[in-house]
Design a protein around this ligand. Sequence first.
Ligand SMILES: [Zn+2]
Ligand SMILES: [Zn+2]
Length: 202
Amino acid sequence: MRLSAFTYYADYVVFPTGAVALSAAGAVSVSRADLPYWGLALLGGMILWPLLEYVLHRWVFHRLAPIRQMHEAHHQKSTALIGTRWWISLPLVAVLALLPASLIMGFGTAAGFTSGLMLGYTGYMLVHHGVHHWSSKSGTFFDRLKRRHVLHHRFDARGDYDQGNYGVVTGFWDRVFGTDLGMGPIAVRRARGDSQDAAGGG
Ligand SMILES: [Zn+2]
Ligand SMILES: [Zn+2]
């Protein structure tokens, strides 16, 4: 959904602040002996985030109504301030991540794990905002992320809505699942449209 600038940018404060507060609450609730598990869970959440990002983007944002329609609005106008209101997304994190993780590993470790996911999500938000709003210097890591995601948008602009490059913070899981569009000449030509193909007799 289209958000006001205040609500859109509030995500960039609410999520990292919430992650720090939740991780601190987790750290003080575990025993000293269990602190390493809390730390590992925090790290594990951050490491797991790119896989979750891939799964959500490919199978939820691109497939599941009405989220698909919301995501299509972003694909059609990539610089518009479109997102989920934090007072909806934050309770979802509590119900879908913190609660089940607490039942499995106890609140303290689960808080570490959920904070890791939230920090990963914060990184995703920053990168995704950046690729659509910031310029990049050719050859840098950020430039590569930007090109990857622009390709994801361009493909569906010509009707191929389900092509690839679902990973935003990394292309790792696209390579694992075989959806990496790469940056080769064929992918770039297809992304630009079929003008050359048509001129060539198609
Ligand atoms: Zn998409
Ligand atoms: Zn995008």
